[in-house]
Design a protein around this ligand. Sequence first.
Ligand code: HEC
Length: 155
Amino acid sequence: MNRRLTTSAAVACGIAMFALTNAPSSHADDAKMTTLERVKATAKGELKNPISISPEIIDEGKTLYQQKTCSACHGADGRGIHCPSVVNDAWVYGGDDDTLFRLIALGSEDLGKGGYSRGDKEIIAGPMPGFGEAIQDETDLWKIIAYIRSVSAAK
Ligand code: HEC
């Protein structure tokens, strides 16, 4: 590819990115917070998925699940390598939006400090690290949860 072509491809890509990042949001985007701000600002049990789930959202969640390295421990297909499966019918701490969002944002140790406790359904391989810093965009975290629900037998 010559330099001219490469440049125009890069420009086209830039325009596409601009269009994507400026696309109007499909829901009322009231006062966005980072993932960790949201966790801190919301009372126990009150976190709820605000985005409407579509096949596109689930697809984006699947890409993020790989990109944010969830697959390194839970497996590309979610069956778990040395960590719990996210596709079987058991949830370690609970399968509601609030518990899953907090677990992934804070990690299992900090989740436990907040008064959430694990059941005894799955083998503990160790703590789950928190991803609140790595996934600052709370919408991205809801997309990952949407993807996990789409492949989980527990929903
Ligand atoms: C370093 C390994 C590791 C990484 C990376 C990791 N996890 Fe985990 N995850 C764990 C462990 C260990 C547990 C179980 C914690 C426990 O039982 O206390 C767990 C538990 C979970 C659970 C609960 C599973 C169930 O059956 O209830 C979910 C959901 C989850 N992780 C999602 C994610 C997501 C999403 C990511 C990426 C953003 C991720 N994990 C990255 C190790 C990891």
